[in-house]
Design a protein around this ligand. Sequence first.
Ligand code: HEM
Length: 160
Amino acid sequence: MVSGAVVHFKEGLLGAGAPFRADLNLVVQLVMGSVLIAGAYLARRKRYKAHGICQTTVLLLNLLMIGLVMGPSFQEQVKPALSRVLHKWYYEAAAIHAALGITAELLGLYIVIVAGTDVLPEWLRFKHWKWWMRTELVLWAIVLLSGVGTYCAWYVAPFR
Ligand code: HEM
């Protein structure tokens, strides 16, 4: 399939005709989503150190996926079209997903900095830990769903 400047060959993992990097990202993101849920369960069991390591690892690994796969894809495929009117699902889905994704990633970094370090002054530190972490988990789930939506809009025949 030819979309924008990039040609996708049938070389992926899942047989949808998506490129390898997109299939790999999809699988990694679904695994990371499950790890985050397992990490939330660790907090419920009061295993806070293991919880912190688990959630921070996913957050940082996701920075890598953004830097290697999603960021470059966004630059190449979506950004050039954003100056024109958003009219196709292809661009809309990815733009909504990217905006939510950046918010989730920044919020996650803020939570990790407050929870794991003392670098921020008192007035910038939140007190209601559960509220912030639950909000982040819900936002992450929405971003994951919008990522699956982007995958469908880009590669799965009935949605394209
Ligand atoms: C919590 C953070 C995020 C999660 C959980 C997430 C999840 C996903 C998932 C599951 C996909 C489908 C697999 C694929 O098509 O590659 C995807 C695709 C994509 N995401 Fe994200 N994402 C996040 C953050 C971001 C950010 C910050 C950006 C913008 C820079 C972004 C831009 C994209 C783009 C452009 C695609 C299509 C990539 C392609 O198929 O070539 N995502 N994302």
